[in-house]
Design a protein around this ligand. Structure first.
Ligand code: NAD
Length: 364
Protein backbone atom coordinates (compact mmCIF):
# COMPACT_ATOMS: atom_id res chain seq x y z
CA UNK A 1 0.00 0.00 0.00
CA UNK A 2 1.40 3.39 -1.00
CA UNK A 3 -0.37 5.28 1.78
CA UNK A 4 -1.72 4.21 5.10
CA UNK A 5 -4.20 5.94 7.42
CA UNK A 6 -5.35 5.30 10.94
CA UNK A 7 -9.07 6.02 11.16
CA UNK A 8 -11.02 6.06 14.42
CA UNK A 9 -14.59 4.81 14.04
CA UNK A 10 -17.24 6.08 16.46
CA UNK A 11 -20.45 4.17 15.63
CA UNK A 12 -22.31 5.63 18.63
CA UNK A 13 -25.98 4.82 19.15
CA UNK A 14 -29.22 3.90 17.38
CA UNK A 15 -28.67 3.27 13.67
CA UNK A 16 -25.00 4.29 14.09
CA UNK A 17 -23.47 0.76 14.06
CA UNK A 18 -25.61 -0.31 11.07
CA UNK A 19 -24.66 2.62 8.82
CA UNK A 20 -21.03 2.57 9.98
CA UNK A 21 -20.67 -1.06 8.89
CA UNK A 22 -21.70 -0.11 5.36
CA UNK A 23 -19.29 2.86 5.22
CA UNK A 24 -16.40 0.68 6.42
CA UNK A 25 -17.09 -1.96 3.74
CA UNK A 26 -17.10 0.74 1.07
CA UNK A 27 -13.88 2.32 2.36
CA UNK A 28 -12.14 -1.07 2.47
CA UNK A 29 -13.22 -1.87 -1.07
CA UNK A 30 -12.13 1.46 -2.57
CA UNK A 31 -8.95 1.55 -0.48
CA UNK A 32 -7.88 -1.88 -1.70
CA UNK A 33 -8.43 -0.91 -5.30
CA UNK A 34 -6.66 2.46 -5.17
CA UNK A 35 -3.86 1.39 -2.86
CA UNK A 36 -4.91 3.14 0.34
CA UNK A 37 -4.44 1.12 3.52
CA UNK A 38 -6.81 1.78 6.43
CA UNK A 39 -6.17 0.81 10.00
CA UNK A 40 -9.59 1.07 11.65
CA UNK A 41 -9.88 1.39 15.41
CA UNK A 42 -13.22 1.65 17.18
CA UNK A 43 -14.15 3.61 20.30
CA UNK A 44 -17.21 4.41 22.39
CA UNK A 45 -19.09 7.71 22.40
CA UNK A 46 -22.55 8.93 23.40
CA UNK A 47 -25.06 6.60 25.02
CA UNK A 48 -22.96 3.51 24.30
CA UNK A 49 -20.09 5.10 26.28
CA UNK A 50 -22.44 6.12 29.11
CA UNK A 51 -23.64 2.53 29.44
CA UNK A 52 -20.14 1.04 29.38
CA UNK A 53 -18.06 3.71 31.14
CA UNK A 54 -20.49 6.09 32.82
CA UNK A 55 -19.57 9.10 30.66
CA UNK A 56 -20.35 10.18 27.08
CA UNK A 57 -16.74 10.83 26.03
CA UNK A 58 -14.25 8.58 27.85
CA UNK A 59 -10.68 9.93 27.94
CA UNK A 60 -9.52 6.85 26.00
CA UNK A 61 -11.89 7.74 23.12
CA UNK A 62 -10.58 11.30 22.85
CA UNK A 63 -7.00 10.06 23.04
CA UNK A 64 -7.59 7.52 20.29
CA UNK A 65 -9.19 10.21 18.10
CA UNK A 66 -6.25 12.58 18.68
CA UNK A 67 -3.85 9.86 17.59
CA UNK A 68 -5.58 9.16 14.31
CA UNK A 69 -5.55 10.70 10.84
CA UNK A 70 -9.32 11.11 10.74
CA UNK A 71 -12.43 10.31 12.77
CA UNK A 72 -15.55 8.83 11.20
CA UNK A 73 -18.57 9.32 13.47
CA UNK A 74 -22.10 7.96 12.97
CA UNK A 75 -24.64 9.37 15.45
CA UNK A 76 -25.31 9.56 19.16
CA UNK A 77 -28.35 9.78 21.41
CA UNK A 78 -31.62 8.01 22.13
CA UNK A 79 -34.66 7.98 24.42
CA UNK A 80 -32.85 5.93 27.04
CA UNK A 81 -30.46 8.75 27.97
CA UNK A 82 -32.85 11.73 27.54
CA UNK A 83 -33.46 12.25 31.25
CA UNK A 84 -29.80 12.32 32.38
CA UNK A 85 -28.29 15.64 33.59
CA UNK A 86 -26.87 17.64 30.68
CA UNK A 87 -23.16 16.91 31.32
CA UNK A 88 -23.96 13.19 31.16
CA UNK A 89 -26.14 13.36 28.06
CA UNK A 90 -24.83 11.82 24.81
CA UNK A 91 -24.71 15.28 23.12
CA UNK A 92 -22.09 16.49 25.56
CA UNK A 93 -19.85 13.73 24.19
CA UNK A 94 -20.07 15.38 20.77
CA UNK A 95 -19.36 18.85 22.14
CA UNK A 96 -16.41 17.46 24.10
CA UNK A 97 -15.04 15.80 20.98
CA UNK A 98 -15.28 19.05 18.98
CA UNK A 99 -13.61 21.05 21.75
CA UNK A 100 -10.98 18.36 22.42
CA UNK A 101 -9.91 18.26 18.78
CA UNK A 102 -10.14 22.05 18.29
CA UNK A 103 -12.59 21.73 15.41
CA UNK A 104 -13.36 25.28 14.31
CA UNK A 105 -14.62 24.74 10.75
CA UNK A 106 -17.81 22.95 9.83
CA UNK A 107 -18.37 22.00 6.20
CA UNK A 108 -21.92 21.19 5.13
CA UNK A 109 -22.58 20.36 1.49
CA UNK A 110 -26.01 20.73 -0.06
CA UNK A 111 -26.01 18.96 -3.38
CA UNK A 112 -29.07 18.09 -5.38
CA UNK A 113 -28.76 14.57 -6.71
CA UNK A 114 -30.64 14.28 -10.01
CA UNK A 115 -32.37 11.07 -8.93
CA UNK A 116 -33.79 12.68 -5.79
CA UNK A 117 -34.80 16.02 -7.21
CA UNK A 118 -38.45 15.39 -6.39
CA UNK A 119 -37.58 15.21 -2.68
CA UNK A 120 -36.98 18.97 -2.71
CA UNK A 121 -39.89 21.23 -1.81
CA UNK A 122 -38.71 23.77 -4.40
CA UNK A 123 -39.37 23.72 -8.16
CA UNK A 124 -37.17 21.52 -10.33
CA UNK A 125 -35.79 24.48 -12.34
CA UNK A 126 -34.74 26.24 -9.12
CA UNK A 127 -32.89 23.32 -7.51
CA UNK A 128 -31.60 21.33 -10.49
CA UNK A 129 -27.78 21.43 -10.44
CA UNK A 130 -27.50 22.99 -6.97
CA UNK A 131 -24.11 22.15 -5.42
CA UNK A 132 -23.30 24.37 -2.41
CA UNK A 133 -20.80 24.02 0.40
CA UNK A 134 -21.42 26.06 3.55
CA UNK A 135 -18.26 26.63 5.61
CA UNK A 136 -19.36 27.67 9.11
CA UNK A 137 -17.11 28.93 11.89
CA UNK A 138 -17.80 26.61 14.82
CA UNK A 139 -16.04 27.73 17.99
CA UNK A 140 -16.38 31.53 18.10
CA UNK A 141 -18.92 34.28 17.50
CA UNK A 142 -22.06 34.92 19.52
CA UNK A 143 -22.35 31.36 20.93
CA UNK A 144 -19.11 31.79 22.88
CA UNK A 145 -18.43 35.57 23.13
CA UNK A 146 -18.16 37.22 26.57
CA UNK A 147 -19.96 38.74 28.37
CA UNK A 148 -22.91 36.39 28.22
CA UNK A 149 -25.68 35.73 30.70
CA UNK A 150 -28.90 37.09 32.17
CA UNK A 151 -28.14 40.02 34.43
CA UNK A 152 -30.29 42.18 36.69
CA UNK A 153 -30.08 45.91 35.91
CA UNK A 154 -30.12 48.78 38.43
CA UNK A 155 -33.88 49.09 37.97
CA UNK A 156 -34.33 45.40 38.83
CA UNK A 157 -35.17 44.41 35.28
CA UNK A 158 -33.56 41.29 33.82
CA UNK A 159 -31.36 41.74 30.75
CA UNK A 160 -30.13 38.91 28.52
CA UNK A 161 -26.72 39.42 26.93
CA UNK A 162 -24.65 37.66 24.31
CA UNK A 163 -21.64 39.05 22.54
CA UNK A 164 -20.73 38.54 18.92
CA UNK A 165 -16.97 38.79 18.69
CA UNK A 166 -14.30 37.57 16.30
CA UNK A 167 -10.57 38.20 16.40
CA UNK A 168 -8.60 38.66 13.18
CA UNK A 169 -6.92 35.30 13.80
CA UNK A 170 -10.24 33.50 14.11
CA UNK A 171 -11.50 35.09 10.89
CA UNK A 172 -8.33 34.26 9.01
CA UNK A 173 -8.24 30.60 9.97
CA UNK A 174 -11.84 29.94 8.92
CA UNK A 175 -11.22 32.07 5.84
CA UNK A 176 -8.27 29.90 4.84
CA UNK A 177 -10.33 26.71 5.15
CA UNK A 178 -13.01 28.32 2.99
CA UNK A 179 -10.63 29.52 0.27
CA UNK A 180 -8.94 26.10 0.16
CA UNK A 181 -12.38 24.44 -0.03
CA UNK A 182 -13.44 26.74 -2.88
CA UNK A 183 -10.23 25.81 -4.74
CA UNK A 184 -11.22 22.13 -4.52
CA UNK A 185 -14.69 22.99 -5.86
CA UNK A 186 -15.96 25.59 -8.34
CA UNK A 187 -13.51 28.36 -7.34
CA UNK A 188 -16.20 30.80 -6.11
CA UNK A 189 -16.47 31.95 -2.51
CA UNK A 190 -19.26 34.11 -1.07
CA UNK A 191 -18.54 35.56 2.38
CA UNK A 192 -21.76 36.21 4.29
CA UNK A 193 -21.96 38.87 7.00
CA UNK A 194 -24.00 41.78 8.28
CA UNK A 195 -21.38 44.47 7.68
CA UNK A 196 -24.03 47.18 7.15
CA UNK A 197 -24.93 46.95 10.87
CA UNK A 198 -22.29 45.00 12.81
CA UNK A 199 -18.70 46.09 13.48
CA UNK A 200 -17.70 42.46 13.96
CA UNK A 201 -18.88 41.87 10.39
CA UNK A 202 -16.92 44.88 9.12
CA UNK A 203 -13.74 43.30 10.49
CA UNK A 204 -14.83 39.94 9.06
CA UNK A 205 -15.28 41.44 5.60
CA UNK A 206 -12.02 43.38 5.59
CA UNK A 207 -10.01 40.28 6.65
CA UNK A 208 -11.72 38.16 3.97
CA UNK A 209 -10.79 40.78 1.35
CA UNK A 210 -7.14 40.78 2.49
CA UNK A 211 -7.02 36.99 2.51
CA UNK A 212 -8.55 36.94 -0.97
CA UNK A 213 -5.37 38.60 -2.30
CA UNK A 214 -3.53 35.37 -1.45
CA UNK A 215 -6.03 33.32 -3.46
CA UNK A 216 -6.19 34.95 -6.93
CA UNK A 217 -7.82 31.81 -8.37
CA UNK A 218 -10.85 32.13 -6.12
CA UNK A 219 -13.57 34.62 -7.10
CA UNK A 220 -14.58 36.28 -3.81
CA UNK A 221 -17.93 38.02 -3.30
CA UNK A 222 -19.80 39.32 -0.24
CA UNK A 223 -23.45 39.19 0.74
CA UNK A 224 -25.49 40.34 3.73
CA UNK A 225 -27.01 37.42 5.64
CA UNK A 226 -30.63 38.50 5.13
CA UNK A 227 -30.09 38.70 1.38
CA UNK A 228 -28.30 35.32 1.41
CA UNK A 229 -31.31 33.68 3.08
CA UNK A 230 -33.49 35.06 0.29
CA UNK A 231 -31.08 34.14 -2.49
CA UNK A 232 -30.81 30.54 -1.24
CA UNK A 233 -34.51 30.13 -1.88
CA UNK A 234 -34.72 32.34 -4.98
CA UNK A 235 -31.71 31.17 -7.01
CA UNK A 236 -29.46 28.76 -5.08
CA UNK A 237 -27.43 27.87 -8.18
CA UNK A 238 -25.56 31.18 -7.91
CA UNK A 239 -23.62 29.79 -4.91
CA UNK A 240 -20.57 27.53 -4.93
CA UNK A 241 -18.87 27.89 -1.51
CA UNK A 242 -20.25 30.09 1.30
CA UNK A 243 -18.21 31.13 4.35
CA UNK A 244 -19.83 32.66 7.41
CA UNK A 245 -19.74 32.96 11.20
CA UNK A 246 -21.21 30.61 13.77
CA UNK A 247 -24.74 32.02 14.14
CA UNK A 248 -25.36 32.84 10.47
CA UNK A 249 -23.82 29.50 9.48
CA UNK A 250 -26.03 27.54 11.88
CA UNK A 251 -29.12 28.90 10.17
CA UNK A 252 -27.92 29.05 6.56
CA UNK A 253 -26.42 25.53 6.55
CA UNK A 254 -29.76 24.05 7.63
CA UNK A 255 -31.62 26.13 5.05
CA UNK A 256 -29.20 25.12 2.28
CA UNK A 257 -29.33 21.44 3.32
CA UNK A 258 -33.09 21.39 3.12
CA UNK A 259 -32.96 22.42 -0.55
CA UNK A 260 -32.16 18.74 -1.07
CA UNK A 261 -35.14 17.54 0.98
CA UNK A 262 -33.65 14.30 2.35
CA UNK A 263 -31.89 14.08 5.72
CA UNK A 264 -30.61 10.53 5.18
CA UNK A 265 -28.36 11.84 2.38
CA UNK A 266 -26.48 14.70 4.06
CA UNK A 267 -22.83 14.38 5.18
CA UNK A 268 -20.69 16.92 7.06
CA UNK A 269 -17.11 17.57 8.10
CA UNK A 270 -15.59 19.42 11.04
CA UNK A 271 -11.96 20.44 10.70
CA UNK A 272 -9.31 21.77 13.05
CA UNK A 273 -5.81 23.14 12.64
CA UNK A 274 -3.59 20.30 11.48
CA UNK A 275 -5.14 17.53 13.64
CA UNK A 276 -7.74 14.97 12.58
CA UNK A 277 -11.14 16.10 11.34
CA UNK A 278 -14.48 14.51 12.28
CA UNK A 279 -16.76 13.36 9.46
CA UNK A 280 -20.38 12.50 10.21
CA UNK A 281 -23.89 12.50 8.79
CA UNK A 282 -26.11 15.50 9.60
CA UNK A 283 -28.92 13.25 10.83
CA UNK A 284 -29.21 11.82 14.33
CA UNK A 285 -29.35 8.26 15.65
CA UNK A 286 -32.93 7.63 14.43
CA UNK A 287 -33.91 5.49 17.45
CA UNK A 288 -37.35 4.91 15.88
CA UNK A 289 -35.82 2.63 13.22
CA UNK A 290 -32.66 1.42 15.00
CA UNK A 291 -31.88 -2.30 14.74
CA UNK A 292 -34.48 -2.88 12.02
CA UNK A 293 -32.19 -2.73 8.98
CA UNK A 294 -34.19 0.23 7.65
CA UNK A 295 -31.62 3.03 7.92
CA UNK A 296 -30.29 4.86 4.90
CA UNK A 297 -26.48 4.47 5.04
CA UNK A 298 -25.77 6.95 2.21
CA UNK A 299 -25.12 10.05 4.39
CA UNK A 300 -22.60 7.95 6.32
CA UNK A 301 -21.02 6.72 3.09
CA UNK A 302 -20.87 10.29 1.74
CA UNK A 303 -19.27 11.35 5.06
CA UNK A 304 -16.58 8.75 4.38
CA UNK A 305 -16.12 10.35 0.94
CA UNK A 306 -15.76 13.77 2.61
CA UNK A 307 -13.18 12.24 4.93
CA UNK A 308 -11.18 11.11 1.92
CA UNK A 309 -11.48 14.46 0.11
CA UNK A 310 -11.14 16.99 2.94
CA UNK A 311 -9.40 15.02 5.69
CA UNK A 312 -7.01 12.69 3.86
CA UNK A 313 -6.61 14.50 0.54
CA UNK A 314 -7.62 11.48 -1.53
CA UNK A 315 -9.98 13.03 -4.10
CA UNK A 316 -9.94 10.04 -6.49
CA UNK A 317 -11.17 7.62 -3.83
CA UNK A 318 -13.77 10.19 -2.72
CA UNK A 319 -15.13 10.64 -6.19
CA UNK A 320 -15.41 6.86 -6.77
CA UNK A 321 -17.62 6.62 -3.68
CA UNK A 322 -19.71 9.62 -4.75
CA UNK A 323 -20.15 8.09 -8.21
CA UNK A 324 -21.22 4.78 -6.66
CA UNK A 325 -23.92 6.58 -4.63
CA UNK A 326 -25.21 8.28 -7.78
CA UNK A 327 -25.23 4.94 -9.63
CA UNK A 328 -27.22 3.01 -7.02
CA UNK A 329 -29.79 5.80 -7.04
CA UNK A 330 -29.84 5.78 -10.85
CA UNK A 331 -30.45 2.01 -10.67
CA UNK A 332 -33.59 2.76 -8.67
CA UNK A 333 -32.34 1.45 -5.32
CA UNK A 334 -33.87 3.26 -2.35
CA UNK A 335 -34.15 2.92 1.42
CA UNK A 336 -37.52 3.68 3.01
CA UNK A 337 -36.80 7.36 3.76
CA UNK A 338 -36.20 8.22 0.07
CA UNK A 339 -38.54 5.62 -1.45
CA UNK A 340 -40.84 6.61 -4.29
CA UNK A 341 -43.14 4.72 -6.64
CA UNK A 342 -41.55 2.18 -8.94
CA UNK A 343 -38.22 2.06 -7.09
CA UNK A 344 -36.60 -0.97 -5.37
CA UNK A 345 -36.96 -0.85 -1.59
CA UNK A 346 -33.76 -1.98 0.13
CA UNK A 347 -32.67 -2.31 3.74
CA UNK A 348 -29.46 -0.82 5.09
CA UNK A 349 -27.35 -3.94 4.47
CA UNK A 350 -28.73 -4.51 0.98
CA UNK A 351 -27.97 -0.88 0.11
CA UNK A 352 -24.39 -1.58 1.21
CA UNK A 353 -24.27 -4.65 -1.06
CA UNK A 354 -25.66 -2.58 -3.95
CA UNK A 355 -22.88 -0.01 -3.44
CA UNK A 356 -20.18 -2.68 -3.53
CA UNK A 357 -21.68 -4.20 -6.66
CA UNK A 358 -21.71 -0.82 -8.40
CA UNK A 359 -18.12 -0.19 -7.29
CA UNK A 360 -17.15 -3.54 -8.86
CA UNK A 361 -18.72 -2.37 -12.11
CA UNK A 362 -16.99 1.02 -11.96
CA UNK A 363 -13.75 -0.95 -11.90
CA UNK A 364 -14.36 -2.74 -15.19
P1 NAD B 1 -32.94 12.02 13.71
O1 NAD B 1 -32.14 12.67 12.62
O2 NAD B 1 -32.29 10.92 14.44
O3 NAD B 1 -34.31 11.46 13.08
C1 NAD B 1 -35.29 12.29 12.48
C2 NAD B 1 -36.14 11.44 11.53
O4 NAD B 1 -35.37 11.11 10.37
C3 NAD B 1 -36.57 10.11 12.16
O5 NAD B 1 -37.85 9.77 11.69
C4 NAD B 1 -35.56 9.10 11.62
O6 NAD B 1 -36.06 7.79 11.50
C5 NAD B 1 -35.24 9.71 10.24
N1 NAD B 1 -33.84 9.43 9.85
C6 NAD B 1 -32.73 10.04 10.32
N2 NAD B 1 -31.65 9.52 9.76
C7 NAD B 1 -32.08 8.53 8.94
C8 NAD B 1 -31.43 7.60 8.09
N3 NAD B 1 -30.09 7.57 7.95
N4 NAD B 1 -32.18 6.72 7.39
C9 NAD B 1 -33.51 6.74 7.49
N5 NAD B 1 -34.20 7.59 8.27
C10 NAD B 1 -33.49 8.48 8.99
O7 NAD B 1 -33.37 13.20 14.71
P2 NAD B 1 -34.19 13.12 16.08
O8 NAD B 1 -35.25 12.08 15.97
O9 NAD B 1 -34.54 14.50 16.37
O10 NAD B 1 -33.11 12.66 17.15
C11 NAD B 1 -32.92 11.31 17.56
C12 NAD B 1 -31.71 11.24 18.47
O11 NAD B 1 -30.55 11.63 17.72
C13 NAD B 1 -31.79 12.20 19.66
O12 NAD B 1 -31.27 11.55 20.78
C14 NAD B 1 -30.92 13.38 19.24
O13 NAD B 1 -30.36 14.04 20.36
C15 NAD B 1 -29.87 12.68 18.43
N6 NAD B 1 -29.19 13.52 17.42
C16 NAD B 1 -27.86 13.26 17.23
C17 NAD B 1 -27.18 13.96 16.26
C18 NAD B 1 -25.74 13.61 16.03
O14 NAD B 1 -25.29 12.54 16.41
N7 NAD B 1 -24.97 14.47 15.39
C19 NAD B 1 -27.83 14.91 15.46
C20 NAD B 1 -29.20 15.11 15.67
C21 NAD B 1 -29.87 14.40 16.66
Amino acid sequence: MAVHYRVTLLPGDGIGPEIMAVAVDVLKFVGKRIGIGFEFQEALIGGAAIDAEGEPLPAATLEMCRNSDAVLLAAIGGYKWDSLPSHLRPESGLLGLRAGLGLFANLRPAKILPELINASTLKREVVEGVDIMVVRELTGGIYFGQPKGIFVTETGEKRGVNTMAYTEKEIERIGRVAFETALKRGGKLCSVDKANVLEVSQLWRSRMISLGLEYPDVELSHMYVDNCAMQLLRWPKQFDTIVTGNLFGDILSDAAAMLTGSIGMLPSASLGEGGPGVFEPVHGSAPDIAGQDKANPLAQVLSAAMMLRYGLNQPEAASQIEQAVLRVLANGDRTGDIMSEGMNLLGCRAMGDALIQVLEELKS
